[in-house]
Design a protein around this ligand. Structure first.
Ligand code: CA
Length: 247
């Protein structure tokens, strides 16, 4: 077996952050990459199913038995981007795109089409696991009414209260929706178009300026700025993400 140097080390320690064991579906036609990813995920306690074609993957993806899908874009029978749309039409299962292509516009398009996150090949076992954690955490967050904690930030979607390091933060209703939306997807980049569609409900109109104004106001309230960001990061040309700076 050809080993990709420095990638997908299955000997990673088990159980450090492994709060949730998941059934993961790998849709990837490259046997070596598939085996290495499967080893990595199994070593972290996940159970793994594999598919080497889009159509066989689709069948498993929509069966309701998987918690997350890792989807290669270059598949023999269908483009992964098209498969993404087919899965999304019938299922909300978290999907992480794994791509050798790093075209920014294409990635933004895939995030808008419903991908939850993406990895650019070659990626490390640590990156793979971090993305998995983030999408699985998001799944849990939307299922429960428990407040979302990201570092020192606690967002209670039930009472709509926000505290930062124990202090109440006063947000406008839209600022709250914006921050809660990012917090439910902590660690993941969310495109501005997706934010306009889902937070502002303006899928075809709306301007990035609207987002920028709210973003800078929230940053000010959290005591940070665009040039000195700890929690709220702008990924130029891609979108915005909320992160725990201590992780
Ligand atoms: Ca491929």
């Amino acid at each position: 077996m050809t080993r990709v140097p420095g990638q997908y080390d299955p000997r990673w320690p088990i159980g450090l952050h492994n709060a949730a064991m998941a059934n993961v579906l790998l849709i990837e036609d490259d046997l070596d990459i598939r085996q290495l990813m499967a080893q990595t995920l199994s070593a972290r306690g996940h159970s793994v199913e594999s598919a080497s074609t889009a159509m066989s993957g689709l069948e498993v993806a929509v069966s309701g038995t998987v918690d997350a899908v890792i989807l290669d874009l270059g598949l023999p029978d269908l483009d992964g981007g098209d498969l993404l749309k087919m899965i999304r039409a019938v299922s909300a299962v978290p999907i992480i795109i794994a791509t050798a292509r790093s075209d920014e516009r294409e990635i933004v398009g895939l995030l808008d089409a419903g991908a939850d996150d993406y990895l650019v090949k070659p990626f490390s076992a640590a990156q793979l696991e971090a993305r998995m954690r983030a999408v699985l955490r998001r799944g849990t967050a939307t299922d429960s009414e428990a407040p979302i904690t990201v570092g020192d930030l606690v967002i209670d979607t039930g009472s709509r209260d926000v505290t930062f390091a124990g202090m109440a933060v006063e947000l406008s209703p839209k600022e709250f929706d914006f921050l809660a939306y990012l917090a439910a997807r902590a660690g993941q980049v969310v495109s501005k178009r997706k934010l306009l569609a889902e937070v502002w409900r303006e899928p075809y109109g709306g301007s990035d300026r609207t987002i920028d104004v709210h973003l800078s106001s929230i940053r000010r309230k959290l005591g940070e700025s665009a040039s000195d960001a700890a929690y709220l990061h702008t990924i130029r040309g891609v979108g915005i993400k909320l992160v725990d700076p201590n992780r």
